[in-house]
Ligand binder design. Structure first.
Ligand code: 13P
Ligand code: SF4
Length: 304
């Protein structure tokens, strides 16, 4: 019996034919991560999108990430295997709401998490990711900032930079915000020797229990470098695949119940193949919005 090429092989062949690069977020399904050209956090993926020489970017992630790739690389075709994959946090602040907030606080810099729409970025002074939020705000040298949409990341910036007044928008990630102190304490009870790594989208009382507060890719580096053998990973469970590759032999546990972002899991390897084959799911950003959003994203990339 003749065995056809695996879907992963089909994807690699199609990517070569179409001059495409496949980018995947750290929360994507394991088989997508294993097939992608680059797997990373929001900052790393933005950098790859800006730097790639490929004419097409296939983005396995959520909508704001593909939109950011298009903002940075307008001459490239950006495709999403599942264009309906959104980020609920990004929908918690609209451009109209931000415009009113800005107007009510004249002269106060607006710092926006990349988990936001292009329209919101276009009204912002600078963007940040979880990997560079504290560094970018420090570099602004402002006494007071407006920060949205994530109130938990706002709180992490505020406690890292006590001299800056961070005024938060009332948004959050439903997956990280739901984590309770009890869940983390229970994991610590069962895995007493484990270090706790938490994403800054968690609530402050959960962050308080962490040994390290990190972006997803920073967790990969931290786990590889730490002397600990076991880690409680307080972020979406997709990261455990990358962790086991980054630090083979070490043990990683998620919480009970596991943290799952349904929007990150809606993309399948079949959809990645189909989108490359049929050139579907193109992401576009109106040029006037893109130019203004680029100013905020570009400032972030320039700072760090
Ligand atoms: P990272 O940039 O740390 O990968 O986070 C993105 C995200 O959506 C976290 O929920
Ligand atoms: Fe958005 Fe949260 Fe999913 Fe990240 S984990 S994409 S912040 S909903």
């Amino acid at each position: 019996m003749e065995v056809g090429p695996s879907i992963a092989e089909e994807i690699r062949d199609l990517a070569r034919e179409r001059d495409a690069v496949v980018l995947a977020h750290n929360y994507q399904r394991a088989e997508i991560q294993d097939t992608a050209d680059f797997v990373g956090d929001s900052l790393g993926l933005s950098r790859q999108a800006a730097a790639t020489s490929a004419s097409t970017i296939v983005f396995a992630g959520v909508h704001f990430m593909a939109e950011t790739a298009k903002i940075l690389s307008p001459q490239k075709t950006v495709l999403m295997p599942e264009p309906g994959a959104g980020c609920p946090m990004a929908d918690m602040m609209s451009a109209d709401e931000l415009a009113s907030w800005r107007e009510a606080n004249p002269g106060v810099p607006v710092v926006t998490y990349v988990n936001s729409s292009a329209d919101v970025k276009a009204l912002s002074d600078v963007c940040v990711t979880s990997a560079n939020a504290v560094g970018v705000v420090r570099a602004l040298d402002a006494d007071r900032i407006l920060f949205g949409p994530d109130r938990n990341l706002a709180s992490w910036i505020a406690r890292s930079l006590p001299d800056v007044e961070v005024v938060p928008w009332e948004g959050c990630c439903p997956i990280h915000d739901e984590v309770t102190v009890q869940q983390v304490l229970e994991a610590k009870r069962v895995h007493a020797a484990a270090e706790v790594m938490a994403h800054p989208e968690c609530r402050p009382e959960v962050v308080d229990l962490a040994d390290a507060v990190l972006s997803t890719s920073q967790m990969l580096a931290y786990a590889a470098e730490s002397s600990a053998d076991e880690f409680i990973v307080v972020t979406e469970e997709g990261l455990l695949h990358g962790l086991s590759k980054a630090a083979p032999g070490k043990r990683f546990v998620n919480l009970t119940p596991p943290m799952l972002c349904p929007n990150m899991k809606v993309t399948t390897i079949e959809k990645v193949r189909d989108c490359l084959r049929d050139t579907t799911g193109e992401i576009d950003v109106a040029e006037e919005v893109r130019e203004r959003a680029l100013a905020a994203v570009g400032r972030m990339v320039a700072i760090g």
